[in-house]
Design a protein around this ligand. Sequence first.
Ligand SMILES: [Ca+2]
Length: 437
Amino acid sequence: MTIRLLCLLAALAVLPAAAAALDRGAAERQFRVWLAETVWPRARAEGVSRATFDAALRGVELNWDLPELVPPGAPEATPEKQLQAEFGSPARYFAGRKLDDAAARGRRMARAHAGALTAAEVATGVPGRIVLAVWGRESGYGRAAIRHDAFAVLATKGFMSTRRELFTDELVAALRIAEAGLAPDGRLRGSWAGALGQPQFLPSAYLRFARDGDGDGRADIWDSEDDTIASIAAYLAHFGWVAGRDWGFEVELPDSVSCTLEGPDLGRPIAEWAKMGIARVSGRPFPAHERAVQWILMLPAGRRGPAFVVTPNFYVLKKYNESDLYALFVGHLGDRIQYGMGDFRGRWGSTGGSRGARSPPSSAGWAALVTTPAASTGWRGSRPAAPSGAGSATPAGARPVFRTPRWPRRCRAEVPAGAAHITRIPITGPCSDTSTP
Ligand SMILES: [Ca+2]
């Protein structure tokens, strides 16, 4: 059998599925049936009234422009592994001018919302600079347009996407928000990934973490800055933010320290790191009250990029978005807002060795939801083009978007090929492209 014939047979085999996938009219009809027979019973079981259901979904149509759709009849697809734009270009992600603008705006917001930020910190222990940085990253302090109808987005993705079950659950959660009378004007504005309002919470995260910061009795994360601040702080507190601890510091990494010492399971007291020659790039000592507790070495771009020691709070930031660079961005922006810090001392250069690399396969649960990046978060240009909309499109509650390679992958690039199978090398020898660890 010739190659050409094989190709022809293969093409014929997929034709029916392709034809079915293209019949949008039929899909729309199936969609209405699915709403009536699948979503409505689940919503009713969770206390949603028929009136709320009808008001939310009347007139809602499938949005064929969303990413990761699997129309009826199309071959089942695995969740898209996404290009790590940020990791491919961390230098651009951390471009100083954008950060300066964000920090300047953050300082203005800090003055304008000092009362709410203080109240949130008193209630949760999460510092105002961290709340501001998340807010700035997610929605440009509320300036990003949040224009999608979350019911349409969630219904579309619940009906035909790579994560139907997950988005169906979120659709029911969104209906519960409407049932409780918490949706402004009966509608829910969100990103093209269904993340709501200024903190970019998924509906289930809204139900768990949204707070009323201004005391009007409603948690309005769309139009209330105080509610947004209180909600972001509540989210981070829930995931274990440790009051009184920082997120991390940039450090000098001597050649004698192996990159294999990186990782959240390899924390040690700062005195031990200091003994190896690790010091803050600022030249300042580590805070006295932090000396006895664990610090973790973190090399987001491998050995040749900026180096950090971080606290467990760094990993709390990753609960907002499963990405080292995201957490680093938030911590660093917070420092710029409060302390006026400048760029990282270490150079990103073309480090990473992962330009164009794809994220690792996703695991189960929210933390595995790796979506295509959104176009606008108030940080224009930092992400590749995507459907229009606000927010990082990173469903909160675990809002993974960008994943950086995990150890040992990013360290492996720096050890000789013959040693690449080694997963842990508990030594402190040199670690580079040309020397054996
Ligand atoms: Ca409120």
